[in-house]
Design a protein around this ligand. Structure first.
Ligand code: PGA
Length: 250
């Protein structure tokens, strides 16, 4: 089964407007031919310019987060409808930095998932264990429960709008990558968990991407794994050349 390949850049709280615009200009000049979907998640301040600049190119501009409410007195937050008003069609939810530094629980993420789907937004949903879980050997249960608590109320059709990003917390921004075998093993577990509830047709169609210190040097070894359908890239997506190298590796 041919699954969609995706390489997504997560810029986190990096790049001001000029830097974001420069990156996009250079990227569009150097964009390699690829069958993968390319996405970039800049911070909110750059969304509109980035969307306009990539309008006629195979690069999708996506958001890093949203609030679950349609609108309201939520100072500093951004809603699904606001994102859609600047052309956004996909959002990252459940990133470990949101879970860890902003207290986003499974219960809250479930609400955000509902809001995104209700507003016809596609989702890159992040799951992943912490170092203590891996040391205790409970990584599979942790990831399984994240999936079950946030996504398993969905119906089969909803899964067409989802991509899962497996991001072991101990590998994010640390320079330490999960080995291709560790990543493959978890991706396979994720697919099996989804098969258990939704059947193999849903699970086989679902793209499961890996995140955590992906860089040009380790990308190909990850991408050749049968259950790894791409990457969510943080640090190495901040430079055009390394991002382009990662795209070329898939
Ligand atoms: P990293 O970040 O590539 O810098 O480890 C990945 C992510 O947080 O999505």
């Amino acid at each position: 089964m041919k699954r969609r390949k995706i390489i997504a850049a997560n810029w986190k709280m990096y790049k001001d407007l000029a830097e974001a615009n420069d990156f996009i200009t250079f990227l569009l000049e150097k964009l390699p031919d690829t069958n993968a979907e390319i996405a970039i998640a800049p911070s909110y301040i750059a969304l509109w310019h980035a969307f306009e600049a990539t309008r006629n190119y195979p690069v999708e501009i996506i958001a890093q987060n949203l609030h679950y409410a349609e609108q309201g007195a939520f100072t500093g937050e951004v809603s699904a409808t606001q994102l859609k008003s600047v052309g956004i069609q996909r959002v990252i939810l459940g990133h470990s930095e949101r879970r860890e530094y902003f207290g986003e629980s499974d219960a809250l993420l479930k609400k955000k998932v509902q809001t995104a789907l209700k507003n016809d937004l596609n989702i890159i949903f992040c799951v992943g264990e912490q170092l203590k879980d891996r040391k205790a050997g409970t990584q599979v249960e942790v990831v399984k429960s994240q999936l079950q608590n946030t996504l398993f109320h969905l119906n089969k059709n909803d899964w067409q709008h989802l991509v899962i990003a497996y991001e072991p917390v101990w590998a994010i921004g640390t320079g330490e990558t999960a080995s291709p075998q560790q990543a493959q093993e978890m991706h396979q577990h994720i697919r099996e968990t989804i098969t258990g509830t939704y059947g193999s047709d849903t699970a086989e169609k679902l793209s499961v991407i890996y995140g955590g210190s992906v860089k040009p040097e380790n990308a190909s070894a990850l991408f050749v794994q049968p259950d790894i359908d791409g990457a969510l890239v943080g640090g190495a997506s901040l430079e055009v050349d390394s991002f382009v190298e990662i795209i070329k590796s898939i």
